[in-house]
Design a protein around this ligand. Structure first.
Ligand SMILES: Nc1ncnc2c1ncn2[C@@H]1O[C@H](COP(=O)(O)OP(=O)(O)OP(=O)(O)O)[C@@H](O)[C@H]1O
Ligand SMILES: [Mg+2]
Length: 222
């Protein structure tokens, strides 16, 4: 059974697609059969795959999901994969809700800024309603904030940690910081670990992957 990681956020430009490609590519490199679903009509993940000119032995399979797709279609395409990462559009539209409904793990990316956290409140309420509906079914969906594009030496990250926990979900210890490696890897259809192995960015992504695998395996889904 696939473990579905849905990346959801109400705001644009927080780094969802960058996170999605690094997670899915990283899981592939770990040897898992991984699907990366591009549920954003903007098609950034499809562009990411199309931009790749280098040989890369372990890319994830990328599938675009049409904007009028039903949640059932999402369930159909994930068959046969160990991991599925779903990149969603900004906002809380139909496809984001479909990604929420099939998720085994929900990640809410936020940059270390107050507006990102304020905007997350409505999504947090929707996720809590979804999780409440699962009570009694035995299904547990670990949910966490992920801090992206943190700035070295800034106190904002600490404030974000406090604010995130006040919204009722933990924030992952692993995070990404501001690095050009992320945009360069994206432009080349790669992940940061594949582009610059052994770099600090590689360590950030690898730490994120390990933490997410642990988060989901605690619930018997890995
Ligand atoms: N850790 C990082 N360091 C530096 N730049 C980053 C980092 N993460 C993402 N970016 C850059 O931030 C911008 C937005 O990232 P991305 O496209 O992943 O966000 P998004 O949430 O998917 O946006 P959209 O709402 O357009 O779908 C891109 O230019 C990307 O290269
Ligand atoms: Mg995107």
């Amino acid at each position: 059974m696939a473990t579905v990681v849905s990346i959801l956020s109400p705001k644009g430009g927080v780094g969802r697609s960058t996170l999605a490609t690094n997670l899915a590519g990283g899981l592939s490199e770990f040897g898992y059969r991984t699907l990366l679903v591009d549920a954003d009509p903007q098609g950034s993940v499809v562009d990411w795959e199309n931009e790749r000119v280098h040989n890369w032995e372990m890319p994830p399979v990328v599938i675009p999901l049409p904007s009028d797709a039903e949640p059932e279609e999402l369930k159909r395409v994930i068959d046969g994969f160990a991991w599925v990462v779903v990149d969603t559009p900004a906002g809380l539209e139909r496809l984001s809700m479909a990604a929420l409904s099939i998720a085994d793990c929900i990640l809410i990316p936020i940059r270390p800024s107050a507006p990102d956290l304020w905007a997350a409140e409505q999504l947090v309420d929707l996720i809590k309603a979804r999780l409440a509906a699962l009570i009694g079914t035995g299904r547990v969906v670990p949910t966490a904030f992920v801090c992206l594009q943190a700035i070295h030496g800034s106190d904002l990250a600490k404030e974000v940690d406090d604010a995130a926990s006040s919204l009722g979900f933990p924030i992952l210890t692993a995070r990404t910081t501001m690095r050009t490696d992320y945009s360069e890897a994206f432009q080349m259809g790669l992940t940061v670990p594949a582009l610059v192995p052994g770099s600090d960015g590689d360590r950030e992504v690898t730490d994120l992957l390990k933490e997410i695998i642990k988060l989901t395996s605690k619930h018997g889904q890995s």
